[in-house]
Design a protein around this ligand. Structure first.
Ligand SMILES: NC(=O)C1=CN([C@@H]2O[C@H](COP(=O)(O)OP(=O)(O)OC[C@H]3O[C@@H](n4cnc5c(N)ncnc54)[C@H](O)[C@@H]3O)[C@@H](O)[C@H]2O)C=CC1
Ligand SMILES: O=C(O)[C@@H]1CCC=N1
Length: 273
């Protein structure tokens, strides 16, 4: 059952992440007419037009949305909220910005009791394989919970967290995570080309390996470690490859990457305030 609030939603910011979420929403069967996007960039307007979505530079006249998704860069949030504050009364505000706190959103939108959800989605939302962390302020009502779940379930899975710090942690793991995964994919595809494959063959080998491994992990009861062991014959090829990864400290490098992303989210939150 669709709820009416979703079908009256405005996105402020129509860049990469908004495009991914809107792609998920439209593919889930919601009419494009449910959504309006504000973005000054002609490139964003052109991408939105591909999905038959309305995109304007300014707030559409007399438009009163039930839900506003704040999808601009963290550094833009204060000026956008200051500028649009008059339109945001009584609206459910869902911010997807990394490192912008609920208190900042309430302050900048001049509504100390604004119903705010902090959400951290990721770009696989575009193919309905996203994962979004949701943090609800206490003043969100039951309908706000339902609406937020429906929006982000339309583009993948949802995890509810109880603190804003946990949203910064979700940012470091799954928000930024596709970036780490694509980095690894680039490296493995380069290795494939070094071994003589064409770019197309290398990309196919790598894509299907990541897709297959992730699907297997998701469907299996085995832990990641057990699945790794099942690939690794003692003294065999995977063993040799993994020895190299261990010798180069790849596990700590990945943990360091996530920690750096978390620290950056905390820093953005401090600087923005
Ligand atoms: N890209 C990602 O993987 C993820 C991004 N996010 C968050 O999503 C937010 C947007 O990030 P991206 O989509 O990657 O950035 P982006 O740069 O692709 O999109 C930002 C959009 O905001 C528009 N914009 C600038 N000033 C504006 C204004 N005054 N009013 C309306 N629109 C304006 C820009 O033209 C641009 O299209 C950020 O806060 C980021 O932290 C969250 C999760 C994942
Ligand atoms: O890199 C960023 O700041 C945003 C937030 C998570 C993914 N992209």
């Amino acid at each position: 059952m669709q709820n009416r609030a979703i079908q009256n939603t405005l996105f402020i910011g129509g860049g990469n992440m908004a495009y991914a979420i809107l792609g998920g929403l439209v593919r889930s069967g919601l009419p494009a007419s449910s959504f309006h996007v504000i973005d000054p960039s002609p490139e964003s307007a052109a991408k939105m037009a591909e999905m038959n979505l309305r995109c304007t530079v300014d707030w559409p006249e007399d438009f009163k949305p039930d839900v506003v998704v704040l999808a601009v860069k963290p550094q833009m949030m204060q000026s956008v909220l200051n500028q649009q504050a008059g339109h945001l009364k009584q609206v459910l505000l869902i911010s997807i910005a990394a490192g912008v706190s609920v208190a900042q959103i309430q302050l900048w939108s001049a509504q100390s009791d604004a119903r705010v959800v902090r959400c951290m989605p990721n770009t696989p939302a575009l193919v309905a394989q996203g994962i979004s962390g949701l943090y609800f302020t206490a003043n969100c009502n039951d309908a706000d919970h339902t609406t937020s779940h429906q929006i982000f379930n339309s583009c993948g899975e949802v995890v509810v967290v109880n603190t804003e710090d946990e949203i910064n942690a979700v940012t470091a793991i799954s928000g930024s995570g596709p970036g780490y995964v694509f980095f690894l994919m680039e490296a493995l595809a380069q290795a494939a080309q070094n071994l003589g494959f064409s770019e197309a063959q290398a990309n196919l080998l790598v894509n299907q390996t990541f897709l297959g491994a992730a699907t297997l992990a998701k469907q299996s009861d085995d832990s990641f470690a057990t699945l790794r062991e099942k690939v690794t014959s003692k003294g065999g090829t995977t063993f040799a490859g993994l020895e190299q990864l261990r010798a180069l400290g790849v596990s700590s490098a990945i943990q360091g990457a996530a920690q750096a992303a978390f620290d950056r989210a905390v820093e953005l939150q401090k600087n923005a305030g």
